[in-house]
Design a protein around this ligand. Structure first.
Ligand SMILES: Nc1ncnc2c1ncn2[C@@H]1O[C@H](COP(=O)(O)OP(=O)(O)O)[C@@H](O)[C@H]1O
Ligand SMILES: [Mg+2]
Length: 345
């Protein structure tokens, strides 16, 4: 009897409520518990609901929330459960499930049992949803912090550098100065574009067509004579998917920025190897170095190193930093492009 009734119930349930096997089993169990409550109430002649079993309906709330199923579907499912019991009692075959005349008590028991389950499951649905949203918000905040640091920070320091150069050259070299002002315009334009994208919730990154060229123009634009920068790119950029190119560029640019702002290096070297199976990079300077902990957390106040590491890890790669005070800094990372073992030497 109960099985036939449950089969009717499944037919009415939204497909995604039954898609996962554990969810489906839980609906079946809850259906049985409601039936038990009904039978027990009939036996005792008053409405009783087994609270311990009702509490288990929280599982359905949590599972549906985590599966991305709407609260509306969950609520409707409980409504359908009541309807199926109702038609079992009053429709065809009435009197087989329960003695006629006691339908009133049976219906009250079923109603209480189902409504209480609906309540518990929706309370837990909300709890699970809030937890899930908090998780998403944290991930989002981390991403936003990364983008702000790498995109805005980089452009702003470039703009400031340009202004410094402008101040130095305003009186003496008119043409040179005008060029810096033009650069400043395009840098500030970039910043503005970044703000626009951030506010519309899009990713901040623009596609990088050629890492080599973009890096060189960044190094040129920075205009520091103190550090002699060598960029060596081996391989074909077309082998590397564009979103990975973008991330690799941001990491390398961040390395360069640290060298310009902190290292006081005479020489800096960027080596980038691109192949269909992996991207491998080493950035080395002979500057003042610092007491780096590998992984860089906790050791410093900045977020540049942390964000570099996060970007590479997010691509499934490995990131390695070695630095000693007065002994230069070396950053190496590797991003696998196809499956297979990859080691960072
Ligand atoms: N190439 C480098 N040479 C010397 N010191 C560095 C280098 N890269 C990073 N550092 C040190 O690590 C710190 C943290 O760097 P980072 O996380 O990029 O933050 P920020 O650059 O904003 O300070 C820097 O403040 C600096 O002291
Ligand atoms: Mg930095």
């Amino acid at each position: 009897m109960i099985d036939r009734l449950y089969a009717q119930y499944e037919e009415r349930l939204a497909y995604d409520l039954l898609e996962r096997r554990d969810l489906r089993a839980e609906w079946r169990r809850q259906f049985g518990y409601v039936f038990d409550d009904c039978q027990r109430s009939m036996k005792l002649g008053r409405v009783v609901v087994n609270d311990d079993k009702v509490a288990l309906a929280s599982l359905l709330g949590v599972s549906t929330a985590l599966s991305g199923i709407s609260l509306e579907k969950l609520t409707l499912a409980w409504g359908e459960m009541f309807d199926v019991f109702l038609s079992g009692l009053t429709g065809f075959g009435a009197g087989r499930l329960l003695p006629v005349g006691r339908t009133q008590l049976a219906l009250t028991a079923i109603n209480r049992s189902v409504v209480e389950r609906g309540r518990i499951s929706s309370v837990w649905y909300e709890k699970a949803l809030i937890k899930r949203l908090e998780g998403l918000r944290t991930a989002d905040r981390k991403r936003a912090a990364r983008e702000l640091h790498d995109w805005f920070g980089s452009n702003i320091s470039l703009a400031l550098r340009k202004l410094e150069l402008h101040d130095l050259t305003t009186e003496s070299k008119e043409g040179f100065s005008r060029r810096h002002i033009e650069d400043l315009h395009s840098i500030l334009g970039n910043l503005f574009e970044g703000v626009r994208r951030l506010s519309s919730g899009l990713r901040l990154q623009t596609p990088v067509s050629n890492i080599d060229r973009e890096l060189r123009s960044y190094v040129d634009a920075y205009g520091l004579d103190l550090t002699d920068v060598t960029i060596f790119v081996d391989g074909d950029e077309a082998d590397v998917p564009s979103h990975i190119r973008g991330e690799v560029f941001l990491v390398l640019r961040e390395c360069m920025r640290n060298i310009f702002t902190h290292a006081g290096a005479g020489q800096a070297l960027i080596m980038l190897q691109l192949s269909p199976s992996r991207v491998c990079a080493v950035v080395q300077d002979d500057g003042r170095g610092f007491a780096a902990q590998n992984g860089a957390e906790g050791s410093t106040t900045g977020s540049g190193l942390i964000s570099m590491k996060e970007r590479i890890r997010a691509l499934g790669g490995t990131f390695n930093i070695t630095s000693m005070p007065m002994n230069g800094t070396r950053i190496a990372f590797l991003v696998p492009l196809t499956d297979g073992p990859h080691d960072l030497a």
